[in-house]
Design a protein around this ligand. Sequence first.
Ligand code: CTP
Length: 409
Amino acid sequence: MTDPSILLIIGGGVAAYKSLELIRELKRRGVAARGILTKAGAEFVTPLSVASLSGEKCYTDLFDLTDEAEMGHIELSRSADLLVVAPATADLMAKAANGLANDLASTTLLATDKPVLYAPAMNVRMWAHPATQRNLKTLKSDGALLVGPNEGDMACGEFGPGRMAEPMEIADAVEAYFASAAGGPLNGKRILITAGPTHEALDPVRYIANRSTGKQGYAIAAALRNLGADVVLVSGPTTIPDPKGVEFIRVETARQMMDACEKALPADCAVCCAAVADYRPAIETEHKIKKERGGLTNIPVTENPDILKTISQLKDGRPKLVVGFAAETDDVLCHAEVKRKRKGCDWIVANDVSPGAHCAMGGGKNSIILITDKGDEAWPEMPKEEVARRLADRIARALSGPTLVKAAE
Ligand code: CTP
């Protein structure tokens, strides 16, 4: 099978520079990209940078005789498996929605018989304008796919929705499209993931929590979704955006997380990444505990349910593969192996979270040891998204293979 390929139309917006990063990211994921640069797009990035990064000619002009002799615009519009418009400016979206064809990009969009993924990027007021929203509705009803826009600070100094999705998100959307088009390896598989910390209330203003950000769990949810899985993500409080295309359940406490997981089962696989608080205050008071009454010097606690252990030891409806995490500060391998046996999960992903460790909680990178019944594998340090992708591949392979030997046996 040949590698999937996209035709990337780069419109005229400040976000055009991110499209260069997108080409690199897609290449890294085995997706070839060929570029079309609009006249306005060429004000922000050059055809040479698009061509150098993609390793392909960058097309700019509808009436270029050399280009038309090499590959006509009709042929170009069908030369890839998917068209991606990033940045999709208000102008490009308006042209595509109304079937205008007065330059190479708009002609290609009108001539193509392939699906089109738009990554809109524009000023917040332009995005909110009824004309843009009308065009968006038309494009969607014509079958267009959409990634973003995100909310945030804009180059023009305003704040709101209109920022182009990040290259990673666009690449995820492309990968997810190809996985579902090809019947991804996890198509039809349901996977439950827990992520983030839990907050255990002490009184109406205070709670017990930990340093987990949820980043690794969210990345795993996105990577599994990209392989075609139906993902249910049960998350404690975090500040990162919910991954698109997954069923998202927000909880606060360990008991709520346990409840949500029980409701989400049965599943083919469970991945417990959450840093669940082991204990909660035995009594949650209705009123703020006052310092002068000494109420905070001794906090009685009670144990929380162990979600990973409960799922691993289910008699009925146990997922075929249960993956736990072990955040350790010392003797990582030994503690994690003991944990795998004690909880009864199939695999443990162990990591060193000691303050001196390179990849402590909250960072963008991780260095893990994957412990299975076949032994342990230390992975080199890599971005959390890459850990997620590799783990998702391993999960896909395990779920398509014979039944696993249970660690608890
Ligand atoms: N876990 C869970 N429910 C809990 C505690 C932990 O599901 N109440 C899961 C975590 O999601 C993780 C694994 O168990 O997958 C290990 O969590 P960790 O905090 O490292 O282990 P603990 O069981 O809390 O043991 P300890 O704190 O003694 O290291």
